[in-house]
Design a protein around this ligand. Structure first.
Ligand SMILES: [Fe+2]
Length: 287
């Protein structure tokens, strides 16, 4: 008989529009199908989900992440950050540097992950290893509610628009010499993504883009494209649509990339270390 320890699991909404907290479950233990279904439903519905009080090494984290789907390869140009005993797990650290020895600040702008991939990850999952004493939140914005709140004429204007995604856009606001060098070498093919994406799990539409990877919107020049993305961010950033996750040790935190934008806060003392494990869950071609 399979013994499960999942009966005490509780899922609590953190706000009306975004975020839910899961308590009373240890994801190292066997999880039954119904509990797994509830967890997956909670991510799609609430967009951001924190599972409290976990105790993982990298393989255990990978196994827990697999409850949400199939872990997928992350940026192939950053395999050096893979954990050797579980290569699909990457380390994200505030101490990572570029080739010039400067600290990098990935994810400082509102974005969704890996739009330059033909099949971008549906979920991003983080597990806290080291945290600054204060600050360093991960912020997630509900772009489904954001889209729904737009005026009808703007919705009509952007429905059907497509972004042209590259490894690093020529108009990216954060200069990234490593990415520029990689792009010049591998010359990846541009990938089209819908600016308004439909989540196949519930049929809802949401704004979907990565500003540092959008070279342009089809039919628009790069500057005008960025101006439109900036305008959308401005409209989407209504406080009630944002969940700012204040990390606790033991938190496993994930979000649905198909219906949200996210960004990391770099507001903490740089002498303090912020480090996470990260797993991506395989998605589907965006429509
Ligand atoms: Fe990200």
């Amino acid at each position: 008989m399979t013994v499960t320890m999942t009966s005490a699991m509780k899922i609590t909404k953190l706000s009306p529009h975004i975020g839910a907290e899961v308590t009373g479950i240890d994801l190292r233990q066997p999880i039954d199908a119904e509990t797994r279904r509830r967890l997956n439903e909670a991510v799609v519905e609430n967009i951001a989900l924190v599972v409290r009080d976990q105790h993982f090494d990298a393989p255990q984290f990978l196994a827990a992440a697999s409850l949400f789907g199939e872990p997928s390869e992350q940026d192939p140009n950053k395999r050096r950050y893979s954990v050797s005993e579980a290569p699909l797990v990457r380390v994200v650290s505030s101490r990572h540097t570029d080739k010039n020895g400067n600290r990098v600040k990935p994810g400082a702008r509102w974005h969704t992950d890996h739009t330059n991939m033909e099949v971008p990850p549906k979920y991003t999952i983080l597990y806290a290893l080291e945290l600054p004493e204060s600050g360093g939140n991960t912020n997630v914005a509900n772009t489904r509610a954001g889209y729904e709140s737009l005026p009808e004429d703007l919705k009509k204007r952007i429905d059907g628009m497509q972004t042209v995604n590259v490894y690093v856009a020529s108009v990216a606001k954060h200069h990234d010499t490593d990415r520029e060098a990689i792009q010049a070498t591998i010359k990846p093919k541009p990938i089209l993504q819908p600016l308004v994406r439909t989540n196949p799990d519930n049929g809802t539409k949401a704004i979907y883009f990565h500003p540092n990877k959008t070279e342009n919107i089809v039919g628009m020049d790069p500057e005008a494209s960025q101006a439109l993305l900036d305008e959308l961010v401005e409209r989407l950033l209504q406080p009630q649509f944002i969940y700012s996750h204040k990390w606790r040790k033991g938190d496993m935190f994930l979000w649905d990339n198909r219906s949200s934008l996210h960004k990391a806060s770099f507001d903490y003392d740089p002498a303090q270390h912020r480090m996470h494990y990260r797993v991506h869950i395989k998605g589907e071609r965006a429509i």
